[in-house]
Design a protein around this ligand. Structure first.
Ligand SMILES: [Mg+2]
Length: 264
């Protein structure tokens, strides 16, 4: 399907629409253009330690107002995924207050202790992780409770080249402590995050296009989910990387500005 006929653009954020605290040239104009032509768009993030409001505030400080509904986190995707199988499920959650709210506000029961018989163990980017939570979760996972993780990133980037340990690193710890148990992972590059977006907005694969700056996450996600992709060269990947990669974006544009020009 031609880019002009797409019903929904799914944007990665850092490196695609902004760098740090500044919009990449042409971002706001592209978003306004999509609004004018009544094309839906969402901002997708693997980070399950923040909620939509945190991202709305960040964009607002940068000068762009957006509704919370347009921010899609791996936490929301995980909630939508579980809801398909077991609405109101009992969950042992490893997550901070934002992720807890995502589940509690949508009819799920969070259990905290042992012997609670949860339906799922959900591992998120838990910035409040304690030894007690790790131990209880390991016991449930070893007992065979269905085990999900919001996303696979090992670290979360911070300014000046620093990083924070992220969910992927926690997956490794649980793997070591449970005799090799691995979760079903929802976030990119896994296709379940796209399936959740398609479910939420009642869209088909051909209706959407994934826009991002990384080959092995954003573009790989498109490949895994069977959707078109646009690689922009304003973040991590370069043309040289594309030549050396077996992941093939559907389109390659210099930046969001060039996408806008191609939609006119
Ligand atoms: Mg990015």
């Amino acid at each position: 399907m031609n880019l002009k006929e797409k019903k929904c653009f799914i944007f990665d954020m850092d490196g695609t629409i902004y760098l740090g605290d500044n919009f990449i040239d042409g971002s706001v104009e592209l978003l306004e253009h999509l609004d004018e032509r009544k094309t839906k768009f969402v901002f997708m993030t693997n980070n399950s330690s923040k909620n939509s409001g945190v991202y709305c505030n960040k964009l607002k400080k940068m000068g762009y107002e957006v509704e919370e509904e347009k921010i899609f986190t791996s936490g929301e995707a995980t909630r939508i995924y579980i809801n398909k199988f077991k609405p109101g499920a009992k969950i042992f959650l490893l997550g901070n207050e934002y992720l807890e709210a995502e589940f509690e506000q949508n009819g799920f029961t969070l259990v905290k202790g042992r012997d609670e018989n949860p339906d799922y163990v959900v591992l998120g980017f838990d910035t409040t992780l304690t030894y007690e939570k790790i131990w209880i979760a390991c016991d449930y996972i070893k007992d065979g409770v269905e085990y999900l993780a919001t996303h696979p990133d090992y670290v979360c980037p911070l300014p000046a080249g620093k990083t924070m340990p992220d969910t992927g690193a926690m997956i490794k710890m649980f793997e070591a402590a449970t005799g090799g148990k691995l979760p079903k992972i929802i976030g990119k590059p896994n296709s379940l995050i796209i399936e959740s977006i398609l479910d939420k907005y009642n869209l088909k694969q051909e209706d959407v296009v994934m826009v991002g700056d990384r080959l092995y996450t954003d573009m790989k996600l498109g490949e895994n989910a069977g959707i078109d992709t646009i690689l922009v060269l304003t973040g991590e990947a370069t043309r040289e990387d594309v030549e050396n990669s077996d992941i093939l974006p559907t389109y390659i544009f210099e930046s969001v500005k060039t996408i806008h020009e191609n939609l006119k």
